[in-house]
Design a protein around this ligand. Structure first.
Ligand code: PLP
Length: 472
């Protein structure tokens, strides 16, 4: 029997790799096996298509291509130009953006490109010019302080980490926390929702240069029209990091006030989460910021990754197909079914539910920390991650929440009935787990964990991952 194209491609690739370093070929095969078996509910992960994966494994990886399409610092970039221009065109068309920069290697990098573009656009500063020609990592804490002072101690207002914001929005572990004088807005303690009046108040008091919207763990829509009005009222540049929900924007689930592209001055994203592309980032903006954004490499980025840009072009072409809109809607339907399944069984959810791709369970209701719950679920074949909840009593390490997302399982074809079954499995594990002698320790009967693991794999049997790929 002849093999299909996908199986032939991946088998042949592994055979070629195995001839050089068999342990790498084995690890790649094992990774597929593991992913096939696990109930993957990590909100930031997905399964890229075979075409997207294959577009990355080739000789584009060998090419240097600093610069932009048609303006390179290296000769012989005509084929890189083709894929970069295609990826940018698909991105512009898909999101209705005037300009797309598809070189960022990740979401963090896309945000750095945006921050520097905004600073360069908004601030006239000799110190900034100096910083732009020096290696950023050569600047000391004192340099940054001097630079901030000269730049006018530029301010950023973003969502707080425990309300679901991301550390690249001005928090210490990321350089944005050193570059900017940061203040954050949280959520209403009673509802868990963004209180736009409070954001406006903070903006009036703080007068930020940049107002950032976007999140990693907020289970609701954000009204970007209102956020833009707030930014305009204080003369701030409005930036949206749509890393998590780009797939929902692409699939037209988030439209009107909830589509960031018409409202923000600049939008950043990853390409590998709900958008289901290769691991990477992207920046969208209007013509005013385009020149600065295009200086991303070498300003803050290493040389472009042409093989990843080729894969971005493939994934974005896929996202422009009508069936992607159906996929995006199913992501949200599934998240809502999961939320209903959990609340119906007594779980406490941050904001009480969801209108995007993720659900945040407050596991204090089960007498557990996020760390204990995450491990107990993992023992039971359910892959999630712990996450802080607003005003988290257990801090950012142990946390009190479990974040669950549906993009990956929706890619496998699971639907609302399976989400209810998933809610049952999660609830069973969390009710049967008890807290141990520390915030990391817990007690769960191994026989129960085993039983749930089997049920989780049974749930997946009707939904094979990469059904066209048979590694033999
Ligand atoms: N922005 C947001 C909102 C994110 O959730 C993440 C990743 O989790 C990032 C940026 C960073 O993306 P990356 O891991 O690709 O650098």
């Amino acid at each position: 029997m002849s093999l299909n194209a996908e199986s032939t491609a991946f088998r042949s690739a592994l055979e070629v790799i195995r001839a050089v370093e068999p342990r790498v070929a084995d690890a790649i095969g094992a990774e597929l096996a593991d992913q096939r078996e696990s109930l993957k509910l990590i909100a930031s992960e997905n399964y890229a298509s075979p075409a997207t994966l294959l577009a990355m494994g080739n000789w584009f990886s060998d090419k240097y291509a600093e610069g932009t399409v048609g303006r390179r610092f290296y000769a012989g970039c005509q084929n890189v130009d083709t894929v970069e221009a295609l990826a940018a065109e698909h991105a512009r068309e898909l999101f209705g953006a005037a300009h797309a920069y598809v070189q960022p290697h990740s979401g963090i990098d896309a945000n750095l490109v945006a921050f520097w573009a905004i600073l360069a656009d908004r601030v006239e500063s000799p110190a900034l010019k100096k910083a732009q020609v020096r290696q950023v990592n050569e600047l000391t804490e004192a340099d940054w302080f001097a630079l901030r002072r000269e730049l006018g101690n530029q301010r950023m207002l973003g969502m707080s980490l425990d309300a679901g914001g991301h550390l690249t929005h001005g928090f210490r572990p990321n350089i944005s926390g050193k570059m900017f004088d940061q203040r954050s807005y949280g959520t209403d303690p009673a509802t868990g929702l963004i209180d736009y009046d409070k954001v406006a108040e903070a903006a009036r008091e703080f007068k930020p240069l940049i107002l950032v919207a976007g999140y990693s763990a907020y289970p609701r829509k954000v009204n970007f029209r209102i956020m833009r009005e707030i930014a305009d009222s204080v003369g701030a540049t409005f930036m949206v990091d749509m890393a998590h929900f780009a797939g929902l924007v692409a699939g037209k689930v988030f439209t009107g006030d909830f589509d960031p592209v018409p409202h923000a001055h600049i939008v950043t994203t990853t390409t590998h989460k709900s958008l289901r592309g290769p691991r990477g980032g992207m920046v969208l903006c209007g013509p005013e910021l385009a020149d600065q954004v295009d200086r991303g490499c070498p300003m803050v980025l290493g040389g472009p990754l042409p093989h990843v840009m080729a894969a971005k072009a493939v994934a974005l072409a896929e996202a422009r197909r009508p069936d992607f809109a159906d996929y995006a809607q199913r992501i949200v339907d599934n998240a809502q079914a999961l939320a209903e399944g959990l609340t119906g069984r007594g779980a406490k959810l941050v904001t009480g539910g969801t209108d995007n791709h993720l659900v945040l369970i407050d596991v204090t209701g089960y007498g557990l920390t996020g760390r204990q719950a995450e491990q107990a679920l993992l023992d039971s074949g359910i892959v999630t991650n712990r996450n802080a909840v607003p005003q988290d009593p257990n801090g950012a390490w142990y946390t009190s929440g479990i974040r669950i997302g549906t993009p990956a399982l929706t890619s496998r074809g699971l639907g609302t009935a399976e989400m209810d079954a998933t809610a049952e499995l999660i609830h069973t594990v969390l009710t049967q787990t008890t807290s141990g002698e520390s915030k990391a320790k817990y007690v769960l009967d191994p026989a129960l964990a085993d039983k749930v693991s089997k049920q989780a794999s049974e749930l997946l049997t009707g939904f094979p991952l990469y059904p066209g790929v048979d590694l033999g």
